[in-house]
Design a protein around this ligand. Structure first.
Ligand code: ZN
Length: 246
């Protein structure tokens, strides 16, 4: 295989590696996004639950007060029945006072019950709003999670395809050159092969020596950028048949 072809294979290998890195990053973002969605739904669910708990406690209090009122009312009824049997005015006055006090207590408890009833109605409205938000959120989450599942399997399929393509390309490049490529890639942020355009290395944006530019045009040796050490090539020299891009 000519050096030109090897360089071309390296160039393609680099493209595959770049794409693989980006697909893997996207694939790794999926579980993170999934967790975020679940946290969001959890927060909305908790807000709803908190209001429901509040409502239950208000209702409990109201029922207990109604129980008190009923008991007191029975007592008053009994006492009022007893009034008729009382012979002394002192006793009569005492029981009447008891009855008055019990009635007043019932009235004020009744007022509190009304307040609790109003409070319960307010909380119920708040729950309706929160429940609606929760429903919306759950539906949105469901849809997004399904999309994420689809994307995750797309990413997995793309990674498999890219790995196969990479293996085929790696076979075209001799092992020593491949090792050199891997070493540079690790040290240079994933980019080991880069173009030289107008005498400038696209990897580090520095000018390369004019003599090296001439060597590159011949494309019969593997050259490294003197500045960033990446494998460099001139696109026209590696793919001379490529028609100029309009
Ligand atoms: Zn460079």
């Amino acid at each position: 295989m000519s050096l030109r072809e090897k360089l071309k294979a390296l160039e393609e290998l680099q493209q595959v590696d770049i794409e693989q890195t980006s697909v893997r990053a996207e694939a790794e973002a999926v579980p993170r996004r999934r967790a975020e969605i679940e946290v969001g739904v959890g927060v909305a669910r908790k807000a709803c639950q908190a209001e429901e708990d509040k409502l239950a406690s208000v209702e409990r209090e109201r029922r207990s007060q109604e129980q008190t009122i009923a008991t007191e009312r029975d007592k008053v009824k009994k006492w009022e029945g007893r009034l008729a049997e009382i012979r002394t005015p002192r006793e009569y006055a005492a029981l009447s006072r008891e009855i008055d006090i019990a009635k007043k207590t019932n009235e004020s408890v009744g007022e509190q019950t009304k307040l609790l009833l109003a409070q319960a109605a307010e909380i119920t409205l708040a729950i309706d709003v929160l429940q609606e938000k929760l429903d919306e959120r759950e539906a949105g989450a469901q849809e997004e999670l399904e999309g994420l599942t689809r994307r995750a399997s797309e990413f997995a399929a793309r990674i498999v395809a890219l790995e196969a393509r990479r293996a085929a390309l790696a076979q075209k490049v001799e092992p020593v050159l491949l090792k050199r490529y891997e070493n540079i890639r690790q040290r240079r942020g994933g980019i080991a092969v880069t173009q030289v355009v107008g005498g400038t290395c696209k990897g580090c944006n520095r000018q390369i020596p004019p003599q090296m530019a001439i060597t590159l045009v011949r494309a019969n040796s593997i050259e490294n950028c003197p500045n960033c050490n990446r494998i460099i090539y001139v696109p026209e020299a590696v793919s001379p048949a490529t028609p100029p891009v309009a």
